[in-house]
Design a binder for this molecule. Structure first.
Ligand code: NAD
Length: 255
């Protein structure tokens, strides 16, 4: 598996890899030949993802990592370099959900937590990984944003603000690091059928009724459908794309 595939010869760090979209990206990257560091604050979940990759014949290591802490982000990068010798791809996918509230009702601590993980986490991982990507001859950084980086929903100021900021962070990084052959893009999923969403809405039927209906297909995305776009952004197939947002939202924003 390592010798062929659209990501053959590449090593990738995927944050938030214990479940949902991050796990799907880890599995698809490994299927395409990448060595994968499955990083998550949930170390046991990261181990399960790395185990699933290995079971499918791929190469992965788990890394317990809190992306909001500089030392932890740096350690994840060092672990990746030790295991694979280089880093070509970084996927900043880790995020937290702090609950629905307007700015008036939102706890200040919840705002700080959301910014620390959803936005500062992408900064810290990039800060430590980009020099390694440049040293490897270039590569791809992908920040996972959201359709809610573009439009708002009630009670989501912390989410919309952090996701919108990731799009501008990607553009600014693209400008700074094009000379180092580092492409930086965002991937904006629409509603996706993850364990988190199923639990949040109280079952598949309810999440499909409430979130699926906002897409033109009347369903949520499968995590794998989002992972396919991540493979494209990570691979050389997207070699002329940088500073862009790839929207995979089932037409959520089309009407
Ligand atoms: N699921 C959706 O409908 C949807 C839609 C648009 C965008 N997104 C975005 O896609 C990404 C993945 O979403 P998901 O639904 O798979 O989420 P998820 O909650 O299933 O996964 C997020 C992962 O991040 C990890 N994490 C949380 N804090 C961390 C930290 N400090 N350090 C390291 N890891 C940490 C969690 O343990 C979890 O495994 C997120 O950025 C999310 O905002 C999701």
């Amino acid at each position: 598996m390592a010798g062929r595939g659209r990501l053959a010869g590449k090593a990738a760090i995927v944050t938030g890899a214990a479940g949902g979209i991050g796990r799907a990206i880890s599995l698809r990257f490994a299927e395409e030949g990448a060595g994968v560091v499955a990083a998550d604050i949930d170390g046991a979940g990261a181990e399960r993802t790395a185990g699933a990759v290995a079971e499918a014949g791929g190469r992965a290591m788990a890394c317990a990592c809190d992306v909001s802490q500089s030392r932890s982000a740096k350690a994840a990068v060092e672990a990746a370099l030790k295991r694979f010798g280089a880093i070509h791809v970084l996927v900043n996918n880790a995020a937290i959900w702090v609950g629905d509230a307007s700015v008036v009702d939102l706890d200040e601590a919840d705002w700080q937590r959301a910014v620390a993980v959803n936005l500062t986490g992408a900064f810290l991982m990039s800060k430590h990984a980009v020099p390694a990507i440049i040293a490897a001859g270039g590569g791809s950084v992908i920040h996972v944003a959201s359709q809610l980086a573009h439009v708002a929903r009630p009670g989501r100021p912390w989410y919309c603000a952090t996701k919108g900021a990731l799009i501008q962070l990607a553009r600014a990084m693209a400008v700074d690091h094009a000379a180092g052959r580092v492409r930086v893009n965002t991937l904006s999923p629409g509603p996706t059928l993850t364990e988190k969403n199923i639990a949040l809405y109280g079952g598949i039927e309810r999440v499909t009724a409430e979130m699926g209906g906002r897409t033109l297909f009347n369903r949520l995305a499968e995590p794998r459908e989002i992972a396919e776009a991540a493979v494209f952004l990570a691979s050389d197939e997207s070699s002329f794309m940088t500073g862009a947002d790839l929207l995979v939202d089932g037409g959520y924003l089309a009407r």
